[in-house]
Design a protein around this ligand. Structure first.
Ligand code: SF4
Length: 377
């Protein structure tokens, strides 16, 4: 990303950390931010459309997920479900399969339920105001404002983690130590201030510009103040307390079995092969009903000589896992003796699933990663 370096006047005094200051200078602040956004924004597919369905999908996918991880999934998801009607008509398993690898699968379930509601109650049309969007199940204040402002140019501000951080630094929200006389922003005040800064002529672009600034310049740990387009208006210029680094993740180990056999159970050696997968309980708190390789938190008692294959690192919510994959393959069809893991439930026997069917199944991100590394999918 190209950014211009510009000289900037010294920061305003902390005493000026209120919004009447912006009142005098608000037009220039908005123009500076929008001008920077026009020149430096990243080219992202959801920025090329005003289609509320595509904007909604991108906003849900981007929650807690990096842009780079979303890009491929966004394209594939839209190929399978190009509009709200197609999404509503799909079985939930197909939606989860298209979501596989993005994690936080509740988002996919909510997206699907909301699509059904849109079709049943709104003939597949999105309401055009944030207030009406908020009445849909699974759409919160941020998402409603993002869709309404970007798709329909409604002048409503968004506040996500990036916007909140930018505002806190711009306005000198409460600091620590005896240096600061900063202000403390409640959630309600943060939304009010975001609303008061919003450029009503280009609300969608302005909202995206605030988020882009937080994502690429006013970043959590080392804000790039020297290249910041709104440095002139910023009270702290990076002196505000930095965000706490995320808490250390827990660490755990898992053993997984990759049982693969060629052909199929009917002796058809030309079939694409089969993999043994286990379905997680439908009531599991994490990834209910999804399919995965048999796994256990304990290592196997006896290992076939060729079994240890690869070790992967994988994170699920707040836990980092070291995953030891044991490979058990057979070119003699179904004579493959199953490898069992201690502590695995009886259900861990699982089912042989044809490799061709796997793209249609909701499989966990870890299983997808392993099957990909094995050249199976
Ligand atoms: Fe202020 Fe620096 Fe953030 Fe710009 S990057 S808003 S100057 S803290």
């Amino acid at each position: 990303m190209r950014l211009r370096i510009s000289a900037a006047p010294p920061p305003r005094s902390r005493a000026s950390a209120n919004f009447s200051v912006f009142g005098q200078d608000l037009g220039r602040y908005r123009r500076a931010l929008l001008g920077w956004y026009d020149r430096h924004r990243r080219d992202l597919p959801w920025r090329e459309t005003r289609d509320p369905y595509r904007i909604w999908l991108s906003e849900i996918m981007l929650q807690q997920t990096r842009v780079a991880a979303v890009l491929g999934h966004y394209r594939i998801f839209l190929e399978r479900f190009p509009n709200v009607e197609a999404l509503a008509a799909a079985p939930e398993d197909a939606v989860l399969a298209a979501w596989s690898g993005l994690g936080y699968y509740r988002r996919a379930r909510r997206l699907h339920r909301c699509a059904i509601e849109l079709v049943q109650k709104h003939r597949g049309r999105f309401p055009q105001t944030a207030a009406a969007l908020l009445a849909l199940s699974g759409i919160g204040r941020y998402t409603a404002a993002a869709i309404a402002s970007i798709a329909y140019a409604e002048p409503v501000a968004v506040v996500d983690g990036n916007v909140e951080r930018v505002l806190r630094r711009l306005l000198c929200a409460k600091s620590t130590g005896n240096k600061s006389t900063g202000i403390n922003l409640t959630t309600a005040q943060t939304w009010q201030h975001a609303q008061s800064l919003l450029a009503k002529s280009r609300p969608g672009d302005f909202n995206q510009a605030m988020m882009e600034l937080g994502a690429t310049v006013c970043v959590p740990h080392a804000p790039r103040c020297l290249v910041c387009p709104v440095r002139k208006w910023c009270v702290t210029q990076g002196e505000a307390p930095r965000a706490q680094p995320p808490a250390r993740q827990k660490k755990n180990q898992i053993w997984c079995v990759l049982d693969w056999r060629s052909g199929d159970a009917n002796g058809n050696i030309n079939a694409s092969g089969e993999v043994r997968l286990v379905q997680r309980p439908k009531k599991a708190s994490l990834m209910p009903g999804m399919w995965e390789l048999p796994q256990s938190s304990e290592p196997p008692r006896r290992l076939p000589a060729a079994a240890p294959w690869r070790t992967f690192r994988h994170s699920i919510t707040t836990t980092d896992y070291t995953v030891h994959v044991l490979r058990n393959t057979s070119l003699r069809n179904n004579r493959l003796p199953l490898m069992t893991l201690p502590g695995a439930s009886p259900a861990a026997k699982g089912k042989w699933i044809a490799v061709d069917r796997i793209p249609m199944l909701p499989i966990t991100g870890l299983t997808r990663k392993i099957l990909k590394a094995g050249g199976i999918v």
